[in-house]
Write a protein that binds this ligand. Structure first.
Ligand code: PMP
Length: 297
């Protein structure tokens, strides 16, 4: 674990980064948060898509009417300083902005906003094997119920129920459908399928706007693949040539099974190609994509 956590503008010892039990976000799920990875490279640690993650944090906060008392530039600098202070070579970064302790009622009035950024060493999330997905009995939250493209803490009750159900049934991860019965996403990943060399992924609308998703779409298009964002049914995934998940934690993870059906490939060639290039990019081995990395010097 890291020794320091950035908390409301200062680096504090791990054990001092504490909040009150009457924190608004604890009771009502009203936090905005992020998850980023940083990787060891020849040029020091590099944070993948730092600016995009901070953009999404600010967007998620705006969705819940939260004024983060730090600017994008300050949050970027804070993240870099946090990594410098902790001297961890690779791992995960968790920024979170919460409604803190104040008059406790649903409407957060006169409640201070607390912001923290933590980091820790972290390895593979879904493991080396092809992922086994269970189609969830839980529906991904309705776009009229909240802001589905934002990373808001309360949304993760939905995700937690889905992954618990899937793991209890012997699967690696859940895949949730949206209110129209189309594929939405996993508990912490976006989904892609490949059919006849064309790459398909569900459009924005009922999913988190994944930053790995947008990066992989760009990468695939740079490789001259056609990428189509369109509503997808489970049947299309079952009949796909390849299927994979993307996410900060999952990176690019091949899917080998959905419910009882073993897919055509366990780790198909295009998934392999994209994953190999993605891992090169995050490890600082592809100059063309250096703009996606923030080097911690
Ligand atoms: N969907 C959900 C519900 C998630 O929690 C995540 C992880 N942030 C993703 C998709 C993937 O997003 P990203 O690539 O930005 O990590």
């Amino acid at each position: 674990m890291a020794q320091k956590i950035w908390f409301n503008g200062k680096l504090v010892p791990f054990k001092n980064a504490k909040i009150h039990i009457l924190t608004h976000t604890l009771h009502y799920g009203t936090g905005a948060f992020e998850g980023m990875r940083f990787y060891q490279t020849k040029h020091g640690a590099a944070i993948f898509q730092l600016a995009r993650h901070i953009d999404r944090l600010l967007y998620s906060a705006k969705c819940i009417h939260m004024n983060i008392p730090f600017t994008k530039t300050q949050l970027i600098k804070a993240t870099i300083n946090l990594l410098k202070a902790n001297k961890i070579k690779s791992g995960y970064i968790r920024p979170i902005s919460i409604y803190g302790h104040g008059p406790l009622r649903v409407n957060p009035i006169n409640i201070p906003v607390d912001v923290a950024i933590a980091c820790w060493p972290w390895g593979s999330y879904l493991g080396a094997e092809a992922v086994k997905l269970k189609v969830s009995s839980y529906m991904r939250i309705h776009p009229s119920s909240s802001y589905t493209d934002a990373k808001i803490t309360g949304h993760y009750v939905n995700a937690m129920l889905a992954v618990k159900e899937a793991v209890a049934a012997g699967f690696t991860e859940a895949i949730m459908l949206d209110y129209k019965g189309n594929i939405a996403e996993g508990s912490a990943e976006n989904l892609f399928i490949i059919k006849n060399k064309i790459i398909y992924t569900p459009p924005l609308g009922t999913i988190l706007a994944g930053i790995t998703r947008e990066s992989v779409i760009k990468l695939a298009r740079d490789f001259k693949y056609k990428v189509v964002e369109k509503p997808l049914k489970i049947k299309e995934a079952l009949n796909a040539d390849e299927c994979f998940l993307t996410g900060t934690a999952a990176e690019i993870s091949p899917v080998g099974q959905i419910d009882k059906k073993k897919l055509k490939t366990q780790f198909g060639p295009i998934t392999k190609q994209l994953r190999t290039e993605f891992m090169k990019i995050v490890s600082g081995e592809n100059k063309k994509y250096f703009k996606w990395l923030t080097f911690v010097k």
